[in-house]
Design a protein around this ligand. Structure first.
Ligand code: CA2
Length: 152
C-alpha cells in the first residue's frame, strides 16, 4: 500500500555569538525579530516540512563545537548561523567536517555587501549551501533546502 506519511527528520539549528541580542539592537542590519521569534517561525516551518526542529544558541566557540559533536546520531542535518565565528573559526569548520552531517549556512545580512572581512566563510566549504541576506527568511529558506536535501 502506498504510504503518504513522510517520516519526520530531525534538524539542529545552531545560533552563534551575539544572536541572543536580536530584536534589541541594530534592527537596521539584523531585523526586528527576536531570536525566540525566529525559533518559533522555524518550528512552524518544521511542522509543514514534517521536521522536528531543535535549537540552541551560544556565545562560546567550544560550546558550539560540543553541540555539533552531539548532533551525531541525534539529528539528520544542521542549520547554522555561526555569526562572527563564520569568518574566524577553523574549529567550527573542523567539527562540521568531522560529523559530516548535511549543513546549511545562513546569515540574516548579505555578508557580501558588507565589510571585506565578512566575505570569507570558513563554514561554506563544508556546507551543502549558503543563504545570506534575507533576514529571518534566510533561516526558513535554509530549513526548506536542508530538509529537501535530507529527504532526497
Ligand atoms: O548576518 C548574519 O547573520 C551574521 O552571521 C551576523 C553576525 C555577523 O558577525 C556576521 O558577519 C553575519 C553578527 C551577529 C550579531 O547579532 C547582533 C544582533 C543584534 C544586535 C547586535 C548584534
Amino acid at each position: 500500500m502506498l504510504n503518504l506519511t513522510a517520516e519526520h527528520v530531525s534538524v539542529l539549528v545552531l545560533h552563534g555569538p551575539n544572536l541572543n541580542l536580536l530584536g534589541q539592537r541594530e534592527p537596521g542590519i539584523y531585523g526586528s525579530l527576536t531570536l525566540a521569534e525566529i525559533n518559533r517561525l522555524l518550528e512552524e516551518e518544521g511542522k509543514k516540512l514534517q521536521a522536528n526542529v531543535f535549537h540552541t544558541q551560544s556565545n562560546h566557540e567550544g560550546a558550539l563545537v560540543d553541540a555539533i559533536h552531539e548532533a551525531l546520531g541525534q539529528h539528520q542535518g544542521i542549520l547554522i548561523n555561526a555569526g562572527a565565528y563564520t569568518h574566524t573559526s577553523v574549529a567550527l569548520r573542523d567539527a562540521l567536517a568531522a560529523v559530516n552531517l548535511p549543513t546549511v549556512e545562513v546569515h540574516l545580512s548579505n555578508i557580501y555587501r558588507r565589510e571585506d572581512f565578512r566575505h570569507h566563510s570558513y563554514i561554506a566549504p563544508v556546507a551543502i549551501g549558503q543563504i545570506s541576506g534575507f533576514g529571518a527568511q534566510s533561516y526558513l529558506l535554509g530549513l526548506q533546502a536542508l530538509v529537501h536535501h535530507i529527504r532526497n
